[in-house]
Design a protein around this ligand. Structure first.
Ligand code: UAG
Ligand code: ATP
Ligand code: API
Ligand code: MG
Length: 427
């Protein structure tokens, strides 16, 4: 990866250096430092010192980590800041955006360090006052955020994900919480006991326990209406979004914008109402039959979504990604069985795994459920679900959200849940 600052080329790859470039050495590439020097590099800087090479004082970086909710909360903050008249950049699972334009397709939820600096530089070149970014657990562990000064760090929740990478839940929690161990201003979900932080400059939001931004009541008639208090003064916001988990996400958004702009909370709540949600997250594709696409791909994410529809007959279609956490698969099956009237287990992104074996792993969590269908072909699985639907049902297509491809081996085949559903409905 390369970054150009004041006509100097910075690179993190020993194969890209020449006598004029600067090699940025980090934990990830220190084993290649000598190779960089052998390839003619004359100047080396430490990743942690990169912040002294790019003046970022004109932009406020807001980082969001957590097992679920990063993309939704980041998008809500981005939308609210734009509505308040700020110039904003957004980086995460759905790509890189500057003001209202998507500048780059998705690559990594959190790019490598030089990638983050390059995006911040581009945001500043476009006059942005804020840079909102998702911070994945991989990024924290691999120090991709090294050298970044955050105006605010947000932590949504810790349940389970990426144990294929972190190996144990304890290590995953340690990595996630390490993001909050310094004195940077931070905003945490006080209802999640696993979120632990350095309380200096700490703010919190919650629905259950006392906190700086405390939700007092909410209702879901025709969208959501949320009442909260900030040091005893009462405020409210509304949204067309659904689900208690989105009450958390939107409360985090209001708190984050308040902390970083100090605008009146009434103005922030009004600006938030312009946020319509993120494609592929609780996105209603059809009303009759009711069909919703969501990105839930962890047991907790599925639990949050499925419990939002307890007054409906749920037809739940899902799979699980290959080359990802395997233990979550039966847990996802168990969650689906807990809430669904009908379960259809299918493929997600198999990658290099056998899709039938992934399905077998999921089925291990489903015992004596009256209606379980297995169909390794996601397209026909969705058609089966839609054919089963009636006025009391809700078809929930989970796991891929707005992904534009299905990954089989290392090939990315064009595929999108929403397009598939509309095609079937159109037939
Ligand atoms: C598992 C994982 O995260 N791998 C990441 C890791 O790969 P790696 O350790 O094999 O990298 P590497 O090729 O050895 O390079 C390491 C460093 O050495 C340097 N290098 C390398 C070779 C050489 O000869 N000389 C040299 O200097 C490279 O420039 C790099 O700086 O470091 C690479 C570069 O730094 C990343 O691109 C790569 O992400 C891969 C592509 C990936 O798919 N990561 C996924 C799992 C990921 O990060 N996902 C998260 C979470 C997703 C979510 O939950 O939404 C994300 O943030 O997207
Ligand atoms: N606050 C939350 N708590 C639990 N589940 C949530 C929350 N917010 C969203 N979800 C569920 O998790 C799914 C992923 O949401 P989102 O894309 O915002 O999370 P993310 O942290 O960006 O995920 P990823 O790390 O995979 O990019 C949603 O589709 C929804 O099912
Ligand atoms: N449908 C995706 C969801 C996870 C995407 C992202 N969180 C990752 O881990 O790459 C999969 O499991 O393949
Ligand atoms: Mg995301």
């Amino acid at each position: 990866m390369q970054l150009i600052i004041n006509n100097r080329v910075y690179t993190d790859n020993s194969n890209e250096v020449d006598e004029n470039s600067i090699f940025v050495v980090s934990k990830q590439n220190e084993r290649f430092k000598q190779a960089a020097i052998d390839n003619g590099c004359k100047e080396v800087v430490f990743a942690k010192d990169l912040k002294n090479h790019l003046d970022m004082s004109s932009i406020k970086v807001i980082g969001i980590t957590g097992t679920n909710g990063k993309t939704t909360t980041a998008a809500a903050i981005y939308s609210t800041l734009l509505d308040l008249g700020y110039k904003v950049a957004l980086q995460g699972t759905r790509g890189f955006f500057i003001n209202e334009t998507r500048v780059e397709e998705y690559s990594l939820t959190t790019p490598v360090q030089l990638g983050n600096f390059a995006h911040i530089q581009k945001a500043m070149d476009n006059g942005c006052q804020f840079f909102v970014m998702e911070v994945s657990s991989h990024a924290i562990e691999q120090k991709r955020i090294e050298g970044l000064e955050f105006a605010l760090k947000i932590h949504t929740n810790i349940t389970r994900d990426h144990l294929d990478y972190h190996k144990t839940i304890e290590e995953y929690i340690r990595v996630k919480n390490s993001f909050l161990s310094d004195e940077t201003p931070k905003l945490i979900n006080k209802d999640d006991p696993k979120v632990v932080c350095n309380t200096k400059n700490g703010f919190a939001y919650s629905l259950e326990t006392p906190s700086t931004y405390k939700v007092d009541a909410y209702s879901f008639k025709n969208g959501m209406h949320v009442m909260f208090n900030h040091f005893g003064k009462h405020y409210s916001f509304s949204s067309m979004m659904m689900g208690i988990f989105n009450v958390y996400n939107l409360m985090a958004c209001v708190a984050a914008v308040h902390i970083t702009t100090q605008k009146p909370l009434e103005e922030i709540c009004e600006a938030l109402e312009g946020f319509g949600g993120v494609s592929g997250r609780m996105e209603t594709i059809s009303v009759d039959p009711l069909i919703i696409v969501d990105f839930a791909h962890t047991p907790d994410g599925m639990d949050e979504v499925l419990k939002s529809f307890n007054e409906k007959d749920i037809i739940c279609i899902f799979g699980a990604g290959g080359d990802r956490d395997k233990e979550k698969r039966p847990l996802m099956g168990k969650v689906a069985a807990k809430y669904s009237k009908h379960i259809i287990v299918t493929s997600d992104n198999p990658r290099f795994e056998d899709p039938d074996m992934i399905i077998e792993d999921i089925l291990k969590g489903i015992d004596n459920h009256p209606s379980v269908i297995v169909d390794v072909n996601r397209k026909s699985a969705i058609k089966t679900a839609i054919d089963m639907a009636d006025k009391n049902s809700v078809v929930l297509v989970l796991g891929k959200g707005d992904e534009a491809t299905q990954i089989i081996y290392d090939k990315k085949f064009p595929y999108n849940d929403k397009e598939e559903i509309l095609k079937i409905l159109g037939q």
